[in-house]
Design a protein around this ligand. Structure first.
Ligand code: ZN
Length: 185
């Protein structure tokens, strides 16, 4: 699957624009929970809605079935997170969910999973939310400055509080490692 024309450049611009609104520079790490606040989205741990035991049971039955989900209730958006995931993974999941909202994806398609309603997305919208979320958390200027300081995906993930999977995806698809080598040479 390919992203629409201009999608990546637009995501980079949005990442910088939102940082400005939050009083951050383009190279600053972003707290995804501050971003959610800024967008008027409430983050809720699934633990406050369902027993932790049921979440653990769901995880046993189908590992990674539930990462995060977005609901609209009485005009307000809620992102429900999975407390069983490490913090960095939760941050990346929240960024993915906020991206669905920022990209104005249709949230109306809901299905049930173990009695809990979940939204299903179009595959292309899933890809877009992942790409957009990764860009929001790790825009190019931030990655390039990290790469110039010799940081790799593992260090970047730790420094920015995101999943290593997200850091690796951004590090590899933006070509910043190569650019950092070229400029410093
Ligand atoms: Zn999604």
């Amino acid at each position: 699957m390919t992203l629409p024309r201009g999608f990546k450049a637009n995501a980079e611009r949005e990442a910088v624009r939102l940082r400005k609104e939050l009083g951050l520079t383009e190279g600053d790490p972003l707290s995804v929970r501050n971003l959610a606040d800024h967008l008027g989205v409430k983050i809720v741990s699934a633990e406050s809605l369902i027993d932790l035991e049921r979440l653990e049971e769901l995880e046993r039955l189908q590992a990674y079935a539930f990462s995060a989900a977005t609901f609209e209730i009485a005009g307000r958006h809620y992102v429900v997170t999975n407390p069983l995931r490490p913090d960095g993974r939760q941050a990346s999941d929240i960024a993915h969910e906020l991206s669905h909202l920022l990209l104005k994806h249709d949230l109306s398609e809901v299905r049930e999973l173990s009695g809990t309603p979940f939204r299903t997305c179009q595959p292309e919208e899933e890809e877009q939310a992942t790409a957009f979320g990764g860009t929001l958390m790790l825009p190019r200027p931030l990655l390039l400055s990290a790469a110039r300081r010799g940081m790799g995906p593992t260090e970047i993930a730790a420094a920015c509080g995101v999943s290593e999977e997200m850091a690796r995806y951004r590090y590899n698809t933006t070509g910043v490692a190569k650019q950092a080598r070229t400029r410093s040479g």
